[in-house]
Design a protein around this ligand. Structure first.
Ligand SMILES: Nc1nc2c(ncn2[C@@H]2O[C@H](COP(=O)(O)OP(=O)(O)OP(=O)(O)O)[C@@H](O)[C@H]2O)c(=O)[nH]1
Ligand SMILES: [Mg+2]
Length: 347
């Protein structure tokens, strides 16, 4: 029922970084093109968050330009934070802590507030930075889930490269048997990274079961001594209850292939979603016990503040924001670093 796909390319060939391949049709010409000047991830993040930064920092610079710290200032700050998609809870926590800081350090001039706010925001985001440790299991099975079009498949492609960079072997499972082009999209990422993809037969008359595909992939990874399995799944809305039931079943079936798998259930969120990301976290967590998040498309959105909204929503038990995505290229996904993120949010 299943077929294997493995690139026949020389691994050295795929070691180069493609300029900025699209996820749907990563073509060979793109991969062979002259690589762009390497730009650090921090710089990319800074560039990507430009719109969020403009939203936030420019308004703040007016506010923090000097002058008295009074109620009017706090009110204005509240509005700025709320319009930056930081969310009600996080905004309240930040303001409360800022007031405490102002009292503690006897701050009197608004110009002193910017650094205080930066520090408090970094402290709020720090608990989200929980890097993914894949050492405890072999294979370490990662199931990727989320609503339609958030960047699940693209993130798998990037993660394959990321884990390979750590010297780990990777296998991809094409568990999105719903969307016609999903299989080919994952196979293309597999070829680019020179990793095996377990996918159902390409038979339009036969509907494959996503659970069966991933089950087979986990068994195959066990047999081959693979370190990491990345399992793609079809996008689904949290209101599509039958599809939410289906994904629960996928998870249960994975556990039949390996008792404690999946070891990580990664929920992918699109930063452009803004506050709706919170509802997605809640619904997917209820269905699947999500263990980590990926926030994609932080480039080009003005809603990067949503990362703080997630922290603010779970002050006692912050979810693990494992990775953030800042572009469509294979290197545009990295572990979340709170300080780097806050630095990119302010001028
Ligand atoms: N700018 C930008 N685009 C991204 C990022 N991540 C993914 N994309 C783009 O988002 C689009 C959708 O990505 P996919 O990976 O196909 O999303 P998906 O969640 O797998 O979609 P479905 O399987 O249809 O639910 C593609 O055009 C990607 O290139 C990112 O971090 N930044
Ligand atoms: Mg997909």
């Amino acid at each position: 029922m299943f077929s294997f796909f493995k690139s026949k390319k020389d691994p050295a060939e795929s070691a180069g970084t493609p300029a900025s391949p699209g996820a749907d049709a990563p073509d060979e010409a793109g991969a062979a093109a002259k690589p762009e000047e390497p730009i650090s991830f921090a710089a990319k993040l800074k560039l990507g968050l430009a719109r969020t930064r403009q939203n936030l920092s420019k308004q703040l610079s007016g506010l923090f330009g000097g002058g008295k710290i009074d109620e009017a200032l706090y009110e204005e700050l509240e509005t700025i934070l709320l319009t930056s998609d930081i969310g009600v809870s996080a905004t309240q926590q930040l303001l409360e802590n800022l007031r405490k800081r102002v009292t503690r350090d006897a701050l009197t001039d608004s110009a002193q507030l910017k650094e205080a706010l930066k520090e408090l925001l970094a402290a709020m985001l720090e608990p989200l930075a929980q890097p993914l440790d894949t050492a405890a299991h072999k294979p370490f099975v990662i199931m990727i889930t989320g609503v339609n079009g958030v960047g699940k498949t693209t993130s798998i492609g990037k993660l394959a490269k990321y884990f390979q960079g750590q010297g780990k072997s990777v296998l991809l499972a094409a568990g999105d048997t719903f969307r016609a082009a999903a299989r080919e999209q994952l196979i293309a990422w597999g070829e680019r990274n020179n990793v095996t993809v377990i996918a159902p037969d390409n038979d339009p008359d036969k509907k494959s079961d996503p659970a069966a595909v991933i089950f087979d992939a986990v068994n195959s990874a066990k047999a081959r001594g693979i370190d990491i399995v990345l399992a793609d799944t079809a996008g689904r809305l949290t209101t599509q209850l039958h599809l939410m039931e289906e994904i629960k079943k996928v998870k249960r079936v994975i556990a039949k292939a390996m008792p404690d798998a999946p070891h990580e259930v990664l929920l992918v969120l699109d930063a452009n979603t803004g506050q709706n990301a919170i509802a997605q976290v809640k619904a997917f967590d209820e269905a699947l016990d999500v263990t980590g998040l990926i926030m994609t498309k932080l480039d080009g959105t003005a809603k990067g503040g949503v990362v703080a909204a997630i922290a603010g929503q779970y002050p006692e038990n912050p979810p693990a924001l494992r990775f953030i995505g800042v572009g469509e290229g294979v290197d545009d996904l990295r572990p979340f670093d709170a300080k780097q993120f806050v630095d990119a949010l302010f001028d």
